[in-house]
Design a protein around this ligand. Structure first.
Ligand SMILES: CCCCC/C=C\C/C=C\C/C=C\C/C=C\CCCC(=O)SCCNC(=O)CCNC(=O)[C@H](O)C(C)(C)COP(=O)(O)OP(=O)(O)OC[C@H]1O[C@@H](n2cnc3c(N)ncnc32)[C@H](O)[C@@H]1OP(=O)(O)O
Ligand SMILES: Cc1cc2nc3c(=O)[nH]c(=O)nc-3n(C[C@H](O)[C@H](O)[C@H](O)COP(=O)(O)OP(=O)(O)OC[C@H]3O[C@@H](n4cnc5c(N)ncnc54)[C@H](O)[C@@H]3O)c2cc1C
Length: 664
């Protein structure tokens, strides 16, 4: 690190071992060493420079992304990186690209829905990138309603082929990343029709472009859908449009793990549930939850460092002004986001475990935990991406005016991140899936079926419906049992209230539609309970390192007490706490802010981000903000000359005219 460290005093205040916290954040010593090594490798390679990225026009921006993505691949081969190292390298290159969908969805779709034979044929080609694939599900007319997709795949027994066709304008595939300009192949979701009968949605591997000259194959119309939100940002991705005019593919390119079509055209359903067709979405939702803490921690790191550098008001006797991080209002906006970043980290780790467990069970034909896995991935994807997108925007505001500059890194981070609230399932639609799961669970209470896993608390419904908080003083809110019971009682009571209201409707679907807003709130309460519980469970583990566990306890307290404060209405309305107890929670929250304050900078240092990855002048490790902001301004193309292009054409005549007017 060159020069003076303007945050050195802040770093000296830390009351815990930052290096040990880095390992907790990374998940293990192995993960830490891997991330540390690969992030530095990327940061020190000029081929991955981010310089001037937000200033490039779309075509150049896109070409630059292609260069970076292929350069990354070259380095992966040269350095003989493992799959794990390669994924880290792509992460730290930090530029959305077709490779995300190739590795993140195309390959997982073939792995999850292809037969052994299909995997053997397609995966080696995909692993070597001899074919490049995307995930073509969403259409112009339907995204959320997967069963409403219109593309058809009609079996032709004469030729043993499927005919893929886009019968309407709204059936055009619309949005798939990597489709517009790069992919040679796609997993296309289409309605399977054989012997005149529609068997619903299935996946098909379809070649789109020639492997010789990259031209679209006959019957394929494909292109980019146009500029998206933000400068630079997600415009590095070629989200695409795709239409088929009776394109023929061999029968064995239907992904046949879930169901098959025989040579004679007979549809055969395996004994695996149809929902496995949605398996790639479950997988990606889980990775999105893990990724939320990356994006949020990045924004929080920038806002925290800058809040310690920035001073406003309060100078006494000519001394320095107050660091804005010392304002309680700043802490009340910033520290819960710092705590959320840690909370999402741990819930992401847990969800990864859950996903691995479900996958192993599925392989052994045990499908019993699939509904819970769907509810958890859907709900936590919704909760964490909503909080992260809102959190990044809050971090931008926490940086005042300078947060609005692209050189703060925050506008681009927000623009790249915010579609996570929509892709892989609109966040409201996903909450309603959780609500369905909750209503089903409530309706089965008393049937003898014991709720397990994240829904086990419903098994104690009688107690949870009538218990009251026994908090008497502020510090009682630090007792894990008091907190867990509060979140359980709130979630259970909100679900039961919805179920009671639903039972007043003759038609349950009508009731569900009418009560959707309440149901979504009940789902949020359930998902927040999961995050809080997993944070508390994490703290029950043995965590080495001086002061590390204590800091995590402070963060955990801030996370749940902030939620309790924000959703006070739920906790009071369901009658679990009194207004006095709510006020005690708030007192405890303020006390925790004070405990966190001296550790704030070190807690964001524990993310171990390089300046290259953060790409933010406000978030620089050394805090040397002002000279670097000043320097960066002069690099703007507008400052290449004193006289702007267009001056002579437009401004000069205007000034002349004003002179003449003034003379009149
Ligand atoms: C740059 C940052 C990257 C960060 C990420 C990092 C790494 C990620 C790696 C790779 C990703 C790369 C880049 C990421 C960028 C962009 C990728 C975006 C890709 C996409 O954007 S790709 C399209 C995704 N598009 C959707 O996301 C559509 C949402 N829409 C649906 O998902 C369904 O359409 C639904 C569920 C709304 C309704 O569906 P429906 O009408 O058919 O079902 P219904 O409600 O009737 O439910 C019938 C029974 O199925 C059960 N059920 C439903 N879903 C299930 C599931 N998944 N698993 C197990 N069970 C499931 C129910 O629980 C019920 O069960 P029961 O009968 O027991 O009640
Ligand atoms: C950047 C980006 C990348 C993407 N990448 C891919 C990709 O690679 N492959 C792919 O196939 N797709 C991709 N998508 C598409 C994405 O998955 C869909 O946009 C997403 O699933 C939402 O569907 P929709 O656009 O149809 O939204 P809609 O469902 O039309 O949502 C519009 C509004 O209606 C509401 N709504 C819809 N249904 C209900 C309901 N039942 N109850 C209550 N409210 C409802 C929603 O909450 C929302 O407010 C991508 C999208 C984006 C933005």
């Amino acid at each position: 690190m060159e020069g003076v460290d303007y945050l050195a005093d802040e770093r000296k205040k830390a009351e815990f071992d930052v290096n040990e916290m880095k390992i907790v954040w990374a998940g293990s010593r192995h993960n830490f060493e891997l991330s540390d090594r690969i992030s530095k490798l990327v940061a020190n390679d000029p081929g991955f420079s981010k310089e001037g990225r937000t200033m490039l026009p779309r075509k150049e921006l896109f070409k630059n992304t292609l260069r970076k993505a292929t350069y990354a691949w070259k380095r992966i081969i040269e350095l003989r990186l493992s799959e794990e190292e390669a994924a880290k390298l792509r992460h730290f290159v930090d530029e959305p690209a077709f490779t995300d969908l190739h590795w993140g969805m195309f390959i997982p779709a073939i792995k999850g829905q292809g037969t052994d034979e299909q995997q053997k044929k397609w995966l080696p080609l995909a692993y070597k990138m001899q074919i490049i694939g995307c995930y073509a599900q969403t259409e112009l007319g339907h995204g959320s309603n997967v069963q409403g997709l219109e593309t058809t795949a009609t079996f032709d027994p004469q030729t043993d082929e499927f005919v893929i066709h886009s019968p309407t304008l709204t059936s055009s595939k619309w949005w798939p990343g990597g489709l517009g300009k790069v992919s040679t192949h796609a997993v296309v979701y289409a309605r399977l029709i054989t012997n005149g009968k529609d068997y619903g949605i299935n996946g098909f591997i379809v070649q789109l472009r020639s492997l010789e000259d990259h031209k679209p194959l006959p019957g394929v119309t494909v292109g980019d859908i146009g500029l998206k939100f933000g400068n630079g940002a997600y415009n590095t991705m070629d989200n695409g449009v795709l239409r088929f005019d009776h394109v023929r593919i061999p029968r064995d390119q239907m992904l046949m793990r879930v169901s098959q079509v025989t040579r004679e055209g007979k549809y055969v359903q395996s004994d695996v549930p149809r929902q496995l067709l949605y398996g790639t979405m479950v997988y990606v939702r889980q990775t999105i939850v893990s990724d939320a803490s990356n994006a949020l921690s990045r924004a929080v790191c920038i806002a925290t460092r800058y809040s310690a550098v920035r001073r406003q008001f309060g100078s006494q006797n000519g001394g320095q002004e107050i660091q804005v991080i010392d304002y309680k209002t700043q802490q009340n906006r910033l520290f819960p986001l710092l705590a959320s970043a840690y909370a999402f980290r741990f819930v992401g780790e847990w969800l990864k475990w859950l996903y691995t467990d479900v996958t192993q069970r599925l392989q052994a034909n045990d499908f019993s935990t699939l509904p819970e896995a769907h509810a958890c991935t859907a709900g936590l994807k919704s909760l964490t991406t909503t909080a992260t997108a809102d959190g990044i925007e809050e971090c931008r505001k926490l940086c005042g005016g300078h947060g609005y500059l692209c050189s703060s890194g925050l506008p681009e981070l927000f623009a790249v991140y915010v579609p996570a609230c929509t892709y892989e399932g609109d966040n409201t639609v996903l909450l309603l899936q959780v609500a369905r799961f909750l209503m089903k669970t409530v309706s089965q209470l008393g049937s003898g079926k014991k709720p397990v896993g994240t829904i086990a608390y419903m098994g104690r419904i009688e107690h949870l419906m009538q218990c009251r908080s026994d908090v008497k003083q502020a510090k009682d809110w630090l007792k894990p049992s008091a907190v867990v019971e509060a979140f359980e009682a709130r979630a259970a009571r909100m679900s039961v209230a919805c179920a009671q209201n639903l039972s007043k409707f003759d038609n349950p679907e009508e009731g569900f539609a009418e009560l959707a807003a309440d149901l979504a709130e009940a789902a949020v309460a359930h998902c927040q309970l999961i995050v809080v519980s997993k944070f508390i469970e994490k703290l029950q583990q043995d965590i080495p390192g001086e002061g590390v566990k204590q800091q995590l306890e402070v963060l955990c307290g801030i996370y749940y007490l902030f939620l309790l404060h924000k959703h006070q209405g739920d906790f009071l309305g369901t009658g679990y706490i009194t207004s006095k107890q709510a006020s005690l929670a708030n007192d405890q929250l303020r006390a925790l802010y004070s405990q966190l304050r001296p550790n704030a900078i070190s807690l964001v240092d524990a993310f171990n981000y390089t300046d290259h990855f953060l790409d933010s002048i406000l978030g620089r490790y050394d805090g040397n903000v002002y000279p670097k902001l000043y320097e960066a301004a002069w690099k703007d193309p507008l400052n290449q000359s004193d006289i702007a292009d267009g001056f002579h054409e437009y401004i000069r005549p205007l000034l002349k005219q004003q002179l003449r007017t003034a003379r009149l």
